[in-house]
Design a protein around this ligand. Structure first.
Ligand SMILES: C[C@H](O)[C@H](C)C(=O)SCCNC(=O)CCNC(=O)[C@H](O)C(C)(C)COP(=O)([O-])OP(=O)([O-])OC[C@H]1O[C@@H](n2cnc3c(N)ncnc32)[C@H](O)[C@@H]1OP(=O)([O-])[O-]
Length: 716
């Protein structure tokens, strides 16, 4: 709702009430319409201020309402009516003015904000465009060029930048509402025509068409199939070339195409998934709101390779002091040279409010005795990690949390060698650790709720999307990646080329196909894991069946041929020497594949894009269902957040489980059965998938409830 009050000096104050972000729900819109009417009709009122309750102006349209029929007064006429008011209306912006919230402020004649306020039109991140006049009013206020940047990126700007751009009229460090009230009193009775943005021309640079064409091609390249950014440029082209009313008609048309699109639903699902995963729960019943997190001020990182360095920087950026330990002198020397520069660069890029934490370097594990939390990031070898954990447990003071950055080794085995297994969890970062948003927080059967809560809280402080997952080989992300990678190799055996598979996945929206990704991370990473699992290596027979299931030795043979990827200048593609980045098809690989097929009596066949996507993605999705069945992840949103924030799953497709829902569980089941084969167990449809289909394929938002019910009735 919205309340109306009349302040001394003939000012009407309209306050939005819809916690936590005063989103423009039907009730709030009705409240605004009623309040504006009252202000208009009250002769004693000479000016109006609009503000939000609880120090937040408005977080935009109420996204929760998008799934249902739109009730209450429509947004566009409500906003237009405010602009038309013949008394000065000022927006008093505190906290946030985003999306429809900023569009509401743009309809006001003046905008006054607190210095800590954040503004923006982030609709494109929800698969939409500013559909309440923002695409037509903002360019008229700040010019086409600046509006193109804000609307096609959806980025938030600070009050200082918004003032510089011309979005705001004034910024204050004290109470913005008080200043706005004082200000509108001072301008009461003044002409308002020049303050009505819809009446103003849109300032454009002389080469407006080439600017729009340039931005359109950049947006198309960056968006990899996302519809909304392209529609945003089209709406701004209308603002630059059409009168306001026609521009608004164009905005309405474009919004209508986006609003009901699968992409918009996927992006809004991703928005809420990111918030759902923060509300974690453990099979023990411990939850985010009944567990206490410790606030960490001193931490340590053990092992200063690529991952360790990134983790040190990510911690220090929060203001935590870090002891960075590396026993190899050469690696320590290099890290103490590289890490401070990384920190400075990242701190500059993020314009940090508080100074970063102090980093001290050491080669002596003894120096971590006073910290509250340790993150181990040594080489991915279990025996080495066990040594480190045993040593840490004897060096650290009681109560210290011990965390491992392992990407899939057994957390509980590490906990078993310590004095306090309850204080051991996994904190699985993704490279580069100070940039990638995802953090898998891995709990073992003995991990305490306090340890999980502390790791999740620390992840949030580092700006990460933390997802709490259970302990199993590969946890969630890498466990699902395994069948995806295996299917990709099988497709090569059957006739596909690395380029063909990668193009199919990149067209789907992945930034990089599976073979380019393998070349980037290094083929030897997987090779070492397969050796440790006894799947390949000295004494293992080179057949296409290993441990009772189909196996492709292709990547092993690539490694044996010294083709480890970018680091050796050749892998599935060739590069301009070691460290090269540009992938070119390599005739050697084609001959290698033909020879391999001939040796194994395989006949290449033509493989469609559809088959590539089905086998790679449905194998991954099926493993997702097994993970939900095993309670390793609490819900589909957890899996989808992991894949969107850590594995390059295109955000405008929501995530693997959301995609399965969009495709239809019945179809997924049918196709898995189609592709399934006794010696490829990971294509055998998961019990949970079959049970969901049998239950009529409820929507993804209902799966968590379905799983909990099934579990209670021990159907799973
Ligand atoms: C016509 C018009 O052109 C179009 C069509 C639109 O306007 S489309 C809408 C455009 N607006 C946006 O894109 C802004 C989206 N929100 C945010 O970016 C952030 O929320 C925030 C404002 C910067 C605050 O961040 P936070 O970190 O302090 O808290 P939080 O955990 O994120 O959010 C706190 C709680 O508020 C909920 N919430 C936030 N914004 C919401 C919104 N616009 N609608 C509904 N719920 C919202 C959120 O789900 C969470 O709920 P719960 O989990 O507690 O149940």
């Amino acid at each position: 709702m919205a309340t109306y009050s009349r302040l001394p000096g003939s000012v009407a104050l309209i306050t939005l009430h819809n916690p936590p972000v005063n989103a423009l729900s039907a009730a709030v819109r009705q409240g605004i319409v009623d309040a504006v009417q009252r202000a208009l009709k009250d002769p004693k009122v000479t000016s109006v201020v609009i503000c939000g309750q609880n120090g937040k102006f408005c977080g935009g349209a109420d996204i929760r309402e998008f799934a249902g029929p739109m009730l209450g007064p429509p947004l566009v006429p409500m906003i237009h009516a405010i602009e038309a008011v013949d008394k000065p209306v000022a927006a008093a912006i505190e906290g946030v003015a985003l999306g429809g919230g900023l569009e509401l402020a743009l309809a006001c004649h003046y905008r006054i904000a607190h210095s800590k306020a954040v503004l923006g039109l982030p609709e494109v991140t929800l698969g939409l465009l500013p559909g309440a006049g923002g695409s037509q009013r903002l360019p008229r206020l700040i010019g086409l060029t600046a509006a193109l940047d804000l609307i096609t990126t959806g980025r938030h700007v600070s009050a200082a930048e918004a003032l510089k751009l011309g979005v705001l009229d004034q910024v204050t460090d004290s109470n913005a509402v008080d200043l706005a009230v004082e200000f509108v009193r001072s301008v009461a009775g003044q002409p308002l025509d020049s303050r009505r943005l819809s009446t103003l021309p849109c300032p454009c640079p002389p080469d407006v068409d080439s600017l729009l064409d340039k931005v359109m091609s950049k947006v198309r390249q960056r968006s990899r199939g996302a519809l909304a950014p392209v529609a945003c440029v089209r709406a701004l082209r209308a603002a630059a070339s059409l009168p306001y009313a026609q521009g608004m008609e164009k905005e309405r048309e474009l919004m209508a195409t986006l609003f009901n699109s699968g992409q918009a639903r996927a992006l809004q699902y991703a928005f809420f998934s990111q918030r759902v995963v923060g509300k974690w729960s453990l099979p023990s019943g411990a939850r985010w709101d009944n567990s206490t997190a410790r606030i960490i001020s001193k931490a340590a990182v053990i092992g200063l390779g690529t991952m360790g360095r990134g983790i040190v920087v990510a911690l220090a950026l929060t203001g935590i002091s870090v002891v960075a330990v590396e026993t190899q002198e050469k690696q320590l020397a290099e890290a103490s040279r590289v890490v401070p520069a990384m920190l400075q660069r990242e701190a500059g890029r993020r314009r940090l409010a508080t100074p970063p934490g102090v980093i001290s370097f050491s080669s002596n594990l003894q120096d971590v005795s006073e910290v509250e939390l340790v993150i181990e990031a040594v080489f991915e070898d279990m025996s080495l990690k066990l040594q480190v954990f045993k040593h840490l447990s004897s060096v650290c003071r009681p109560g210290t949390l011990l965390c491992s950055n392992t990407s899939g080794l057994d957390i509980d085995q590490l906990a078993a060698v310590t004095q306090s297994p309850g204080l051991v969890v996994g904190m699985h970062f993704f490279a580069p650790a100070h940039v990638m948003k995802l953090l898998e927080v891995v709990y073992g059967p003995r991990s305490s709720p306090e340890a999980v809560a502390t790791a999740m809280q620390l992840g949030k402080r580092m700006g990460k999307v933390g997802v709490a997952v259970g302990n199993c080989p590969g946890f969630v992300g890498n466990r699902m990646l395994k069948p995806y990678l295996e299917q990709a190799n099988f497709l090569l055996e059957e006739g596909a080329t690395p380029r063909q598979v990668d193009e199919a996945l990149e067209e789907f929206g992945f930034p990089m196909g599976v073979f380019r990704m393998s070349d980037l991370s290094g083929l030897d990473v997987g090779w070492r894991i397969r050796k440790e699992a006894g799947l390949t290596g000295p004494g293992v027979e080179s057949t296409r069946t290993r441990q009772g299931r189909r196996y492709s030795p292709l990547p092993d043979q690539m490694c044996e041929a010294g083709r480890l990827g970018q680091k050796t200048g050749k892998g599935w593609y060739q590069y301009d020497g070691p460290g090269g980045r540009v992938a070119r098809s390599d005739p050697w690989v084609h001959i290698f594949l033909e020879t391999y097929r001939a040796e194994h009596g395989l006949v290449a066949r033509s493989i469609t894009l559809e088959e590539i996507l089905e086998r790679c993605l449905y194998a991954l999705i099926n493993e997702g269902f097994n993970i939900l069945q095993d309670a390793v992840a609490a819900g589909p949103e957890d899996i989808d957040a992991i894949y969107v924030f850590g594995y390059g799953w295109p955000r405008h497709r929501g995530g693997p489980m959301f995609h399965a829902d969009q495709v239809g569980l019945g179809r997924i089941l049918q196709r898995l059965n189609q592709h399934s084969h006794p010696d490829v167990p990971h294509l055998k449809p998961s019990t949970l998938l079959r049970r969901l289909v049998a239950a009529g394929s409820p929507p993804v938002q209902k799966w968590r409830e379905f799983i909990n019910k099934e579990r209670v009735h021990s159907q799973l």
